[in-house]
Design a protein around this ligand. Structure first.
Ligand SMILES: Nc1ncnc2c1ncn2[C@@H]1O[C@H](COP(=O)(O)OP(=O)(O)OP(=O)(O)O)[C@@H](O)[C@H]1O
Ligand SMILES: [Mg+2]
Length: 500
């Protein structure tokens, strides 16, 4: 933008400067030429006057002469006016009749009574002017190659008196003058152009610097405006998060109510189910009954844990941390998730690392996180899709190797235990990555997802001092890693890797 402004200024001002230079140069040379011409003219006049003084002037002098008498007179004039400054010399008598013509004797005898300059000379004035040599009497001068001559009329006085008896008309060339003027013209034009060019360059440089400063200031202004806009957007985001928090607080209150209302009946159901364990019938029936009842009890217990977790999310309180083997928690969670009808078609591949360091955590909270992550993976997978679950011990580096993460920043070298859940679903659009941990953010249909799953996971993982890392596979598919700090440097009881 600055460059364009500068180019426009350069072009416009260059045009103006050239115009200005032409006008200035033209007027300066004209004035100087006129002054020089005036001086040259006056010098010529003085010169011709001094020449005329050497000729005796009586009545005979301005009388018409012919033949040898004219020849003698011609010689007299030539001797006295023999100079290259005089192109033509004419002499008139008092009536305006030409009595002598140095170039064209044929003019002799012709009268010019209407010649105003001649009449002024007869009144005693010395008249200077320029002749464009248009009249027929100037033919000889034109033939000699002249186009313009200096014309001087000098009155001729009767010697020793103030009586005017005639007048000289002398043509003098002005070409020598113009020859002298050329170098002067060059110097004037050169000085004008050089001076103006210098001024133009100086002005251009100043303008360029000024336009750059303006552009810089504009950029700074734009930057500030952008920063302000970003700050405003941040503020808007913070405000909407506040609104979400408020919603969450309401959700917490709701959850507290739900726990109260649902928790008690659930406790009775659990008591009744305990009685169910004493099933009657054949041994096979009893075994089946027992198995079903156990699963029922497990699910109801998880439900109660989930409700408790929701309450804790809204009002996080002290959790019951115990030393846990992550692989066990994974197994329990998988059992729950994959026993659901919707997940029956999925293929599960689990790789559980042996000798995993223990973690210190609340089991039901940790299970809640795992179940939510597994549910999301299952829900995102196509029918028959593969879900991979891997556990491993790490050193903190894997906690932040991904596309998005929440929770704690692990120090390099810090001992960690990780469970990664990968699916072959469509993946998460990058523009959603920053929002998936927000409460109530869900892309699943209305009534299908509350958008609380990962928000609860986030809240729990903060309690467990761990991290949740999302990693997107290039061709689609998502991996969600749950990273927890290892509880003790000593590994748990040795075990072998279990692959399915
Ligand atoms: N494995 C995944 N693949 C693709 N998208 C996912 C995955 N996990 C989470 N998401 C996205 O993150 C959103 C938020 O997940 P979250 O578990 O918090 O809520 P939800 O599953 O929609 O509902 P809820 O868990 O409360 O039933 C999901 O709606 C989905 O868009
Ligand atoms: Mg979910």
């Amino acid at each position: 933008m600055g460059e364009r402004l500068f180019q426009r200024f350069s072009l416009l001002s260059a045009g103006l400067w050239v115009g200005f230079a032409l006008v200035l140069g033209g007027s300066v040379t004209y004035v100087v030429e006129q002054k020089m011409l005036e001086r040259a003219t006056l010098a010529s006049l003085d010169y011709f006057k001094s020449l005329a003084r050497f000729i005796t002037t009586d009545q005979e002098f301005v009388r018409l002469k012919t033949g040898a008498e004219y020849g003698a007179f011609d010689r007299l004039i030539r001797e006295n006016f023999s100079t290259t400054h005089a192109v033509t010399i004419k002499i008139y008598d008092r009536s305006g009749t030409t009595v002598y013509h140095s170039r064209n004797p044929e003019i002799v005898g012709r009268a010019f009574p209407d010649n105003a300059a001649l009449q002024r000379a007869f009144r005693g004035e010395t008249v200077i002017g320029f002749s464009d040599l248009r009249g027929s009497e100037h033919l000889t001068e034109r033939q000699a190659g002249y186009s313009r001559l200096l014309e001087v009329y000098i009155p001729i006085f009767l010697e020793g008196t103030s009586t005017i008896i005639g007048a000289y008309e002398i043509y003098s060339p002005i070409d020598p003058f113009y020859q002298k003027v050329w170098p002067l013209r060059f110097s004037v034009w050169g000085a004008v152009f050089f001076g103006l060019a210098l001024l133009y360059v100086a002005l251009s440089l100043t303008f360029r610097r000024a336009s750059r400063t303006i552009v810089g200031q504009n950029l700074a202004l734009e930057r500030s405006a952008r920063e302000l806009r970003e700050a405003y957007e941040d503020l808007q985001r913070a405000q909407s998060q506040l609104v979400q928090s408020e919603k969450l607080a309401s959700a917490g209150r709701l959850a507290a109510g739900m726990i109260h209302e649902i928790g008690n009946p659930l406790a009775s159901v659990l008591g009744l189910l305990d009685l169910q364990l004493l099933c009657k019938g054949s041994a096979a029936d009893r075994a089946e009954c027992l198995d079903r009842t156990e699963r029922l009890a497990g699910e109801i217990a998880r439900l109660r844990g989930l409700l408790r977790g929701l309450l804790e999310y809204a009002r996080p309180g002290p959790s019951e941390a115990t030393v846990l083997d992550l692989n066990d928690v994974v197994e329990k969670s998988l059992l729950f998730v994959f026993s659901q009808r919707d997940f029956g078609t999925l293929t599960l591949r689990k790789t559980l690392a042996p000798e995993l360091p223990p973690v210190l955590a609340d089991e039901s909270l940790l299970q809640q996180v795992l179940v939510n992550v597994l549910l999301n993976a299952g829900q995102a997978s196509p029918p028959g899709g593969l879900v991979t679950v891997t556990t491993r011990a790490g050193n903190g580096a894997e906690a932040w190797r991904g596309d998005h993460a929440v929770g704690r920043v692990f120090q390099p070298g810090e001992r960690t235990v990780t469970v990664a859940v990968s699916d072959a679903g469509p993946g998460i659009p990058r523009e959603h990555l920053g929002r998936i941990f927000e409460p109530f953010f869900s892309t699943r249909g209305r009534g299908e997802g509350a958008g609380l799953g990962l928000a609860i996971c986030h809240s729990i993982i903060e309690l467990l001092r761990g991290a949740l890392v999302v990693e997107l596979a290039p061709g689609g598919g998502t991996t969600l890693r749950i990273v927890l700090p290892a509880a003790a440097p000593v590994p748990l009881a040795a075990g072998s890797a279990r692959h399915d």
